[in-house]
Design a protein around this ligand. Structure first.
Ligand code: OXD
Ligand code: MN
Length: 603
C-alpha cells in the first residue's frame, strides 16, 4: 500500500479555499517556499471535497474501498509496519529552558530544533500536493475553542482530520482577518516515513507543532495529542483551565436526574468503551451518553462547578477487542463512514480484527498486506489498529456535545490497568487527596505507544505522554484549581483489571462497570455507603448494586475490594520512587499526602 502519494490535480471548484487572514497566508507561503510542493490544496471541508479526495486516495493506493453495500463510506488504510504507534522518545517539547519542559518530557532547544526540522523539510514536498487543513477544536462558540491549521502532504491525514475535527471553511471564518488572531500552526510531512527522521515537536511559546517522518494518527493528527493536550495543557496552565486526557460521559437515572463524569485512563485502557457503556439489564431506565472519549477541556463555571467540553469531533479508537459484547454502540458507529487503519481485510471486502464477534474468516489479508489464515502465527490486525469515526455516528451521543459552556462535572475518575493492589473503586477523602491519587496513578503499558507492553509505569492523570510542560507545575495547577471550585467534583480511582492468583480477571468489566458508576453517582448525591480505609473510602460489598451480576462469587467481590498490606507497602515505595525521579518538582502538598498515606497504612 502507498503511504506517500504524488501530487493531485483537482478539478475546478475544489482545493481553492484560501483563507482571508494574511498571517495564515504568509505562514503557508513560508512553508511552501521551504518544502517546494508541486501545488497547494486549500481544504474547505465540503462533502464534494471529501468525495473527491477519497476517490484520489483509492486511485493512488492510499486507501482500499471496502464493500460499500456492507460498509457504506468505509475505507481501509495500512500504515508502514515501522509506523504504527506514538513515539514518545521522539516527541519533543521545545521550550526556552529544559526546566519548563520538566523531568517527564523530552526537551530540545527551540532554535536548534527549528533548524534541524527546516533541514529535513527542505524540498520535502517536491512532487507532492501540500494540503492546508483549517479546523476548530471545541464547540465553535465555546470560549475555549481553538482554531488550527495543519499543513500536510498526506491525503490520509486530510481525510482523518475531517472526521476528528470541525474541519473546513468555518475555521477560517472563525479566525477572521485580524493579523494578531491566535491560531495553531501545524506542519506535517511524511518525508520518507523513515524512523530515523521521525520527530514530533512542540513549540508551546509559538503555538506551533512540526511533525515529520510518520503517518500514524497519534503522531500526525496534530489537532489531537499535540494541540488538544500538549499545547492546550500549557495554555490551560497560563489561563486557569484544565486540558485533560479524559472521556466525558452523561449518566441519567430512571427518574430523569443527570450527572456528568470525566475519567482519565491511559491509552488503550477502555476510555471509549466506558464512554459508550450500555448498562446491564438490571439497570433498566439508566442511560449513558457520550460527550467525549479521549480529551476534556474543563473550566470553572459561574456557579463554581467544573464544566467540560470535548474539543474533538470524532473518535480515534483502538479496534482489537471491539465487539458487540464489549461495545455495541461503537460497533454500530463503525458500520458506516469509518476510516480503518491496520485491521485485516476479508476476501468479501470487509474488515476483521482479533476480538471481533463470530469466528475468524477462513482467509484474509493481514494488516501488513500479507495472506492470513486462522493458523497464522501473526496477528491479523495490529494491536494498535484504529477506527476514525465521526461522533455523529454514535447512537448514544449526548445532546449537549455542542454546548458552548460544556457540561457540569459531578465526578472525576482516575484509573489504570493494574493486575493487583488497586481495588475496583475507591473515593478520595478530598480534592488534595484526589490530586494525589491522580499524580501517583500507574498502569501497565499498552500497544498505543512503541516499547514494551505490560510494564507497570507511573502515568499521572494519564497525562505522562501528553503534559506539555513541567509535571510539577501541572500538579500545582491541579492543587490550585480545587480551592477555586466552590462545588468541586468528587474524585475516585477505579481498576477494572485486577486479577486473581491464577491471573484471571476478577471483574467482567464493560457494561458491568455501570455498577461501579452507580455507586459513584450515588456517592455524589450523598447516598451510597463506604468503609473508610487507609487508601480512601471503599464500598463494602453491600454498598454495590450487584443484583443480576453473573460469574462473580462473593469471595471475588471481597478480593476486588480488598486492600492488601504487602501490596500497598510496595505501592508506597513505587510512589516514593516516582516522586524522587521528579525531585525537586513535586509540590509539598503531595509529599505530605504520601507521608500521611504511609502513616495510615502503618496504623
Ligand atoms: C490515543 C492515545 O490515541 O492515547 O488516544 O494513544
Ligand atoms: Mn488517548
Amino acid at each position: 500500500m502507498e503511504n506517500i502519494a504524488p501530487a493531485i490535480s483537482p478539478p475546478t471548484g475544489l482545493g481553492g479555499n484560501k483563507p482571508a487572514n494574511k498571517a495564515v497566508l504568509d505562514w503557508v507561503h513560508e512553508v511552501e517556499s521551504l518544502t517546494a510542493p508541486a501545488n497547494i490544496f486549500w481544504c474547505d471541508g465540503s462533502a464534494a471535497e471529501n468525495d473527491y479526495l477519497l476517490g484520489e486516495a483509492c486511485r493512488m493506493g492510499v486507501l482500499i474501498k471496502l464493500d460499500q453495500a456492507k460498509a457504506p463510506g468505509c475505507y481501509l488504510h495500512r500504515s508502514k509496519p515501522n509506523d504504527v504507534a506514538r513515539v514518545e522518545q521522539f516527541t519533543l517539547i521545545c521550550t526556552p529552558t529544559k526546566e519548563e519542559a520538566g523531568p517527564t518530557n523530552h526537551w530540545a532547544d527551540p532554535a536548534e530544533t527549528y533548524s534541524k526540522l527546516h533541514g529535513l523539510l527542505k524540498g520535502a514536498m517536491r512532487g507532492r500536493t501540500m494540503f492546508v487543513v483549517p479546523y476548530i477544536m471545541g464547540p465553535p462558540e465555546s470560549p475555549l475553542a481553538k482554531v488550527g491549521y495543519e499543513i500536510t502532504d498526506s491525503i490520509y491525514v486530510v481525510l482523518s482530520m475531517r472526521i476528528m475535527t470541525r474541519m473546513g471553511a468555518q475555521a477560517s471564518k472563525k479566525l477572521g482577518e485580524k493579523l494578531d488572531a491566535e491560531f495553531n500552526r501545524g506542519v506535517h510531512s511524511l518525508l520518507e516515513i523513515d524512523p530515523e527522521h521521525r520527530w514530533i515537536c512542540h513549540f508551546p511559546q509559538d503555538n506551533t507543532i512540526i511533525s515529520v517522518g510518520s503517518g500514524y494518527g497519534g503522531n500526525v493528527l496534530l489537532s489531537k495529542k499535540c494541540l488538544a493536550l500538549r499545547i492546550a495543557s500549557y495554555l490551560a496552565k497560563q489561563q486557569g483551565w484544565l486540558a485533560e486526557h479524559m472521556l466525558i460521559l452523561g449518566v441519567e437515572s430512571p427518574d430523569g436526574k443527570k450527572h456528568y463524569v470525566a475519567a482519565a485512563f491511559p491509552s488503550a485502557c477502555g476510555k471509549t468503551n466506558f464512554a459508550m457503556l450500555i448498562p446491564p439489564e438490571h439497570f433498566a431506565g439508566w442511560k449513558i451518553t457520550t460527550v467525549g472519549d479521549d480529551i476534556a477541556w474543563m473550566q470553572i463555571g459561574k456557579d463554581g462547578r467544573l464544566y467540560a467540553v470535548n474539543p474533538e469531533n470524532g473518535y480515534f479508537g483502538v479496534v482489537p477487542g471491539t465487539s458487540y459484547r464489549s461495545n455495541p454502540n461503537a460497533m454500530q458507529a463503525i458500520e458506516h463512514d469509518t476510516l480503518f487503519t491496520n485491521v485485516a481485510l476479508t476476501s468479501e471486502g470487509g474488515v476483521w480484527w482479533e476480538g471481533k464477534d463470530g469466528p475468524p474468516p477462513n482467509e484474509a489479508t493481514d494488516w501488513k498486506g500479507n495472506p492470513w489464515t486462522p493458523a497464522s502465527k501473526e496477528k491479523a490486525a495490529h494491536p494498535n489498529s484504529r477506527f476514525a469515526v465521526p461522533m455523529q455516528n454514535n447512537p448514544v451521543l449526548d445532546a449537549e456535545v455542542n454546548n458552548r459552556d460544556g457540561v457540569p462535572i459531578s465526578a472525576i475518575i482516575f484509573g489504570g490497568r493494574r493486575s493487583d493492589t488497586m481495588p475496583l473503586v475507591f473515593r478520595a477523602f478530598d480534592w488534595e487527596h484526589g490530586v494525589y491519587l491522580g499524580a501517583t496513578m500507574a498502569s501497565e503499558t499498552t500497544a498505543a505507544a512503541t516499547g514494551a507492553v505490560g510494564k507497570v509505569r507511573r502515568d499521572p492523570m494519564a497525562m505522562l505522554p501528553f503534559c506539555g510542560y513541567n509535571i510539577g507545575d501541572y500538579f500545582q495547577h491541579w492543587l490550585k484549581t480545587g480551592p477555586r471550585l466552590t462545588n468541586p467534583p468528587l474524585i475516585f480511582h477505579v481498576n477494572w483489571f485486577r486479577k486473581d492468583a491464577e491471573g484471571k480477571y476478577l471483574w467482567p468489566g464493560f457494561g458491568e462497570n455501570m455498577r461501579v458508576l452507580k455507586w459513584i453517582i450515588d456517592r455524589c448525591e450523598g447516598k451510597s455507603g463506604a468503609r473508610k480505609t487507609a487508601i480512601g473510602c471503599i464500598p463494602r460489598p453491600e454498598d454495590l448494586d450487584l443484583e443480576g451480576l453473573e460469574g462473580v462469587t462473593p469471595g471475588q467481590i471481597e478480593e476486588l475490594l480488598s486492600v492488601e498490606p504487602e501490596e500497598w507497602q510496595k505501592e508506597l515505595a513505587g510512589q516514593a520512587e516516582f516522586f524522587e525521579s521528579l525531585a525537586p518538582n513535586v509540590p509539598e502538598e503531595l509529599l505530605a499526602q504520601h507521608q500521611k498515606l504511609a502513616e495510615r497504612l502503618d496504623r
